[in-house]
Design a protein around this ligand. Structure first.
Ligand code: C2E
Ligand code: MG
Ligand code: MG
Ligand code: MG
Length: 286
């Protein structure tokens, strides 16, 4: 009987857990509603092509216009979306919205811009992913070459037949693939020779302290050299300072992305950015 005194522990936790669970449950239900009712929006952040001064692509970053809490960033809801499986419908919606927008830029102007969409590992594990992407491209009228998918290193190390088949099928469609947050995942580079990757995005943790940390500079230099010798494009993310931009330019980095160039902005603000001719697009209309 005395053993059941351990039940007091249960008492302690049960006082805490329900509150947290109801918070999570509320967030989950709100997110489900948000996806169904179109509260999700996409902001776009340019990747600037340094050699030409043109916009190489626009990264689509999801935002949630919450009815009472204002604009929420992915950090506040992507984890719950992953945990509840809602990431699949969220991801498909983001893909569709981004392709609709890129198709408008292509067909209505001001110009063709490639759009880069972040993928969740759960999307890559769906056997029908390539069919879904193909359908989105067909219904939005966007050429596959104007869609780029950002994957992370861990996704490329899954060793799953479905993931490998998806990557091969996406490559066959003509979609571009890039490795996001490069350098932070795993030390394995083996996937670079197995998969049809087009570009590497150096993680912003290597860019942050480029001026103060000689080792960061060495890593960035090495990534650029390796990528170029493999005919991959290199993008640096999180560029905030002119000194970082100069270093990257000197090292031959192809594209830069970060607050120094532009924060992520609404579709209409991005359209104005394109119209301003401050940056013209790097992508010829196909
Ligand atoms: P990410 O793909 O690595 O995107 C870059 C993040 O860094 C974005 O944050 C962007 O706003 C931020 N950023 C860009 N330039 C700078 C800079 O100069 N300095 C600093 N400090 N930050 C900068 P955001 O929009 O909050 O997105 C965070 C992450 O959420 C993304 O990281 C991506 O992993 C994920 N995410 C965003 N949208 C989606 C989506 O539609 N689907 C999925 N699965 N994940 C998404
Ligand atoms: Mg990304
Ligand atoms: Mg990134
Ligand atoms: Mg990142």
């Amino acid at each position: 009987h005395a053993k059941h005194l351990g039940g007091s522990c249960f008492q302690f936790y049960s006082a805490e857990l329900p509150a947290r669970n109801t918070d999570r449950l509320r967030l989950e239900n709100e997110l489900r509603k948000a996806i169904a009712e179109g509260q999700l929006q996409i902001h776009y952040q340019p990747k600037l092509h340094l050699a030409s001064g043109t916009i190489g692509s626009a990264e689509a970053l999801v935002r949630w216009q919450h009815p009472t809490r204002g604009m929420l960033l992915p950090g506040e809801f992507i984890t719950i979306a992953e945990e509840t499986g809602l990431i699949l419908t969220l991801g498909e919606q983001v893909l569709r919205l981004a392709c609709v927008q890129a198709s408008q830029w292509l067909h209505k102007g001001p110009m063709a811009v490639r759009v880069a969409v972040n993928m969740s590992v759960q999307q890559l594990r769906q056997p029908q992913l390539a069919t879904q992407v193909e359908d989105v491209l067909r219904t939005t009228g966007l050429p596959a070459s104007l869609l780029e998918l950002e994957l992370t290193e861990s996704m490329l190390l899954e060793h799953s037949d479905t993931v490998e088949a998806n990557i091969a099928a996406l490559q066959k469609l003509g979609v571009e693939l890039s490795v996001d947050d490069f350098g932070t995942g795993y030390s394995s580079l083996a996937y670079l020779k197995r998969f049809p990757i087009h570009s590497l995005k150096i993680d912003r943790t290597f860019i942050n302290e480029l001026d103060e940390q000689p080792r960061d500079a060495a890593i960035v230099r090495a990534i650029i050299a390796m990528a170029h010798s493999m005919n991959l494009r290199v993008v640096a993310e999180g560029v905030e300072q002119q000194s970082q931009l100069s270093f990257l330019r000197n090292q031959g980095c192809d594209e830069v992305q970060g607050f120094l160039i532009s924060k992520p902005v609404s579709a209409s603000a991005f359209t104005r950015l394109l119209e301003s001719r401050l940056y013209s697009s790097a992508t010829e209309a196909p």
